[in-house]
Design a protein around this ligand. Structure first.
Ligand code: EAX
Length: 323
């Protein structure tokens, strides 16, 4: 029985008729594992986005820095060679300088304060500045409060950090801030970090508990100090090449899905903070839980004059004033 019509032609006819939905697959990348806070947030976003667009859009996820470091991925999203990145704000200041204000050490009091700032007018204004630079920030997700690890000694107070060669993100505000603790900052992309710690190229690094857990830093770092010296926001950034093609309804679906992803990511950060310390101790890390935070705040205070010059004392005060 001669085939009346070739399958490929049938598929084309069905797709054209709308009977079969054409599906667009979007590449999304992030630094840590699929089960980490970035993985949880990205998965919820992807599921909700696919549902909200009736299956017309779906994700292909690239965890574990498979698409490169965060700076590289942000650039790829800006150029349109990558569709989405779920990234910390660490390297973001290289693309949108104003965003670096959120990286100032000891600027945020706690998670409640940080989330209120990022989800409120100040965070929305930064999203507008990002859009002007070709980065569509669908929602502020979250990396978490950063803590110090190293292979040399316990850090109880700022002077204990003096002389340590610490990897930092490619972020001048972090580097200037950490220098006031006597740290020798070494900026490095995240994918190179585990090997650098393993080989002793650097003595230590600083990251939120979720990253320390997911990256298994307990295998290469003896000491953890809960310094909480910086709140590290994160952002779910979409390429303008994708955004510009979305209908108003799909734009709303993407934004709504991003908010749900952000909520899931923040919950995972809190869960990791609550359960992660015991796990890291069981993996052999020595943990200083009661750090002399005042010694770090005193040490970094002189740098605030330079931060005020760069970002505006009023802008810093506005963040601190959010209740
Ligand atoms: O966003 O580079 C870093 O230390 C970041 O915190 C990590 O990539 C997770």
């Amino acid at each position: 029985m001669k085939q009346l019509i070739k399958p490929i032609a049938l598929a084309a006819i069905l797709a054209a008729s709308g009977a079969v939905q054409a599906q667009t697959v979007l590449k999304i990348g992030y630094a840590t594992s699929a089960t980490s806070h970035y993985g949880v947030g990205s998965t919820v976003f992807c599921e909700e986005m696919e549902k909200g667009t009736q299956g017309r859009y779906k994700c292909q996820q690239f965890p574990n820095s498979a698409l490169g470091g965060e700076r590289e991925q942000i650039e790829a999203v800006q150029l349109g060679t990558q569709d989405i990145v779920n990234t910390s704000t660490g390297p973001l200041g290289n693309f949108v300088p104003e965003v670096k204000i959120v990286d100032i050490p000891f600027l945020f009091r706690d998670y409640d304060h940080a989330r209120k700032v990022m989800d409120g007018p100040i965070g929305q204004d930064l999203q507008k500045k990002m859009e002007a630079k070709g980065l569509i920030n669908l929602a502020w997700t979250e990396n978490g409060f950063r803590h110090m690890t190293n292979s040399k000694r316990a850090i109880n107070q700022a002077t204990d950090a003096n002389g340590l060669k610490m990897r930092t993100m490619e972020n001048k505000v972090h580097m200037d801030g950490y220098k006031t603790f006597g740290i020798l900052p070494t900026p490095m992309a995240f994918p190179e970090l585990f090997t650098a710690l393993q080989q002793g190229t650097v003595d230590g690094q600083e990251n939120p508990i979720p990253v320390i857990l997911a990256s298994k830093f307990s295998q290469v770092q003896k000491h953890l100090s809960l310094t909480g010296h910086v709140y590290s926001p994160a952002a779910l950034i979409l390429s303008p090449a994708v955004w510009s093609k979305l209908s108003a309804a799909d734009k709303a679906a993407f934004t709504d899905a991003a908010k749900k992803g952000a909520a899931a990511q923040r919950k995972k950060v809190n869960d990791d903070e609550n359960n992660g310390i015991a796990q890291l101790k069981s993996e052999g890390m020595q943990v200083v839980e009661k750090v002399d935070g005042e010694s770090f705040r005193k040490a970094v205070a002189p740098a605030y004059a330079a931060f005020a010059k760069e970002f505006g004392a009023d802008k810093i005060a506005a963040i601190q004033a959010v209740k």
